[in-house]
Ligand binder design. Structure first.
Ligand code: NAP
Length: 543
């Protein structure tokens, strides 16, 4: 051994000793004992279980706070704690329902150490925002995190789950499952890439998530990719308040904040507007094909780098002036300018049965409700891009769909229309729906051929409508913004409405109504707004 190698070995040894001393001191200060119980099948010998024993014994030597017992699966303790799998390690089962199924090897050693410390502390250390989310979990929830010893991302996800149990032991239980030791469970859950997380056996996370995104996914029981922090502020003062969190509003927010204008976005419903429920987008540059919700999440994540988003609150009152005062259902905003990016909402057919059976077979969202109609017979009404895109989506997920259009030619782009023919999706031309029938649920349509005047009935399980949109101009009307003859917000070509300080962008202005035009209008409105705040045009005019 040369001098340098000797010094390295000596240094390592000293560092190890220092680390162990720190660990001992940490465990000494923990307020709670940590009890570990390993359950194994009598006579079954395997290297994973030996590793678990070694790891646990090594930790036990560190602190008298840690105790370790091993029982066979036919012991009364196994019945008491409902353990039936070799080998399962329970961690302080008197206080928590946490099971380690497999061995804490490799990267999982980190998770195991954190687990012992969190259980010994009896405190989760969750962030304030996470605590708000976990507070909303009201039902018993079993979390399974599939991990592997060679996965560097797994500890983050497993620790998120441990914190959740430590915070809410009365409702949340956890199984950390090593896929190398338990290939049968990995097969059963199809967890072949890790970390993978299930809540009550529903997939809620693929890959490591931030603590807040993880808890939101568990709460909503579906994978989330974004987390929007909540605010308690009673009053928020900004330069720009954007109403509407679709592509136009989000883009405007990115632009105005980057211009140095403090900006907030208020959205009463789901972020992303119509795009969020579009099955697939194929004409947004940069993406050959992307799910609408995925595109929205990318946009929202981008916007969140700059602007604060207030989701789930509705504007209830606006007082125009300097400043403009906006009262939402949650708080008050003062702002120098207001951007209306309120978009549009689904047009209704207005026939008997439509409202009564809405949600009972009548749907305006194939992405949301389509899977409920797999193998069933539905119609899609409309002849534009939306109807065709959504009919194709239904067809591809196994729904028996017929398109009904009131003309003999589709309004949709040729590229989309061709796919209807290529997939042999039936189309009823020159056909209008006169009535949607059914008692508890939709079961029949009354149709008329507008060429021949002939009426007919059609037995059906569901009716999807995509017959265009009506601009959402309620707020614009209330504040006195002028509208066009078609009912859209009127602007001067640079997105200024007739009210000083109030602007518009996106589908609420009418026009082409594409995602790419909405983002373009959002950026234009933001730039006009910036120029006006620096040099207000209405003051210039009156001077
Ligand atoms: P749209 O283009 O306005 O088409 C609405 C369709 O519904 C038309 O075919 C219309 O028939 C029909 N319709 C309207 N009222 C009806 C009624 N009372 N009864 C029966 N049928 C009725 O609406 P959209 O398809 O929802 O699209 C909205 C905007 O988003 C458009 O600008 C569209 O280009 C855009 N978009 C683009 C894409 C894409 O580019 N991939 C995807 C989706 C949406 P008529 O043809 O007889 O008027």
């Amino acid at each position: 051994m040369d001098g340098a190698a000797r010094m390295d070995a000596g240094d390592n040894n000293a560092m190890n000793q220092q680390f162990m001393a720190q660990l001992r001191a940490t465990f000494e200060q923990l307020p709670h004992d940590i009890t570990l119980y390993l359950f194994t099948q009598k006579g079954q010998v395997d290297p994973f279980t030996d590793t678990t024993r070694q790891v646990v014994r090594a930790f036990r030597q560190l602190s008298p706070r840690i105790s370790f017992r091993e029982y066979s699966l036919d012991h009364a303790k196994a019945t008491e704690w409902k353990v039936d799998r070799h080998s399962t390690l329970l961690i302080s089962p008197e206080r928590y329902n946490i099971r380690w199924i497999g061995a804490p090897m490799g990267e999982e050693g980190r998770t195991f150490l954190e687990l012992l410390i969190l259980v010994g502390l009896g405190q989760s250390g969750l962030s304030d925002q996470s605590l708000r989310v976990i507070d909303r979990i009201a039902d018993p929830t079993n979390i399974k995190v599939f991990v592997s010893p060679t996965c560097p991302y797994c500890p983050q996800q497993a620790v998120n789950a441990i914190k959740a149990v430590v915070e809410k032991p009365e409702l949340i239980s956890l199984e950390i499952i090593d896929i190398q030791c338990n290939p049968d469970l990995a097969d059963q859950y199809q967890a072949h890439s890790v970390p993978q997380t299930f809540a009550n056996d529903i997939l809620v996370g693929q890959g490591a998530q931030t603590e807040e995104v993880f808890l939101t996914s568990v709460h909503k029981m579906e994978p989330q990719t974004i987390f929007i922090p909540e605010s308690d502020a009673e009053q928020v003062d900004v330069d720009v308040l954007i109403v509407g969190g679709g592509p136009a509003g989000l883009t405007a927010g990115i632009y105005t904040e980057r211009s140095g204008l403090r900006t907030a976005v208020v959205e009463r419903g789901a972020l992303g507007g119509q795009v969020a429920t579009t099955p697939v987008v194929e004409n947004y540059p940069g993406f050959t094909s992307v799910g609408g919700k995925t595109l929205v999440d990318i946009m929202v994540n981008h916007a969140l780098q700059y602007v604060q988003i207030f989701q789930g609150e509705e504007v209830v009152k606006v007082e125009t002036g300097e400043p403009i005062i906006v009262q939402t259902s949650r708080r008050k905003f003062t702002t120098r300018s207001l951007l209306l990016a309120t978009g549009a909402s689904h047009r209704k057919l207005g026939v008997p049965g439509e409202s009564r059976l809405s949600g009972r077979g009548v749907s305006y969202c194939s992405t949301c409700d389509g899977p409920l109609f797999k193998g069933k017979k539905v119609v899609m009404i409309g002849g534009g891009n939306s109807a065709v895109t959504e009919a194709l989506h239904l067809f591809h997920i196994g729904v028996d769909v017929t398109l009904i259009h009131r003309r003999d030619k589709l309004r949709a782009q040729d590229f989309l229309a061709k796919q209807i023919a290529d997939n042999n999706i039936p189309v009823l031309w020159n056909t209008e729906v006169q009535e949607i029938r059914g008692q508890e649920r939709v079961n029949e349509l009354l149709l008329i051929n507008n060429g021949t005047g002939e009426t007919s009935t059609m037995p059906i399980d569901g009716v999807f409508l995509a017959i265009g949109y009506e601009p959402s101009v309620k707020l614009a009307r209330e504040i006195g913004a002028a509208l066009t003859e078609d009912g859209y917000v009127k602007h001067d070509g640079k997105h200024r409405t007739n009210i000083p300080g109030v602007y518009s962008a996106g589908d609420v202005e009418g026009g082409y109504k594409q995602i790419v035009t909405a983002t373009g209008q959002g950026s234009e409105a933001a730039m006009t707004l910036f120029e006006d705040i620096i040099n207000p045009y209405w003051q210039k005019k009156s001077a």
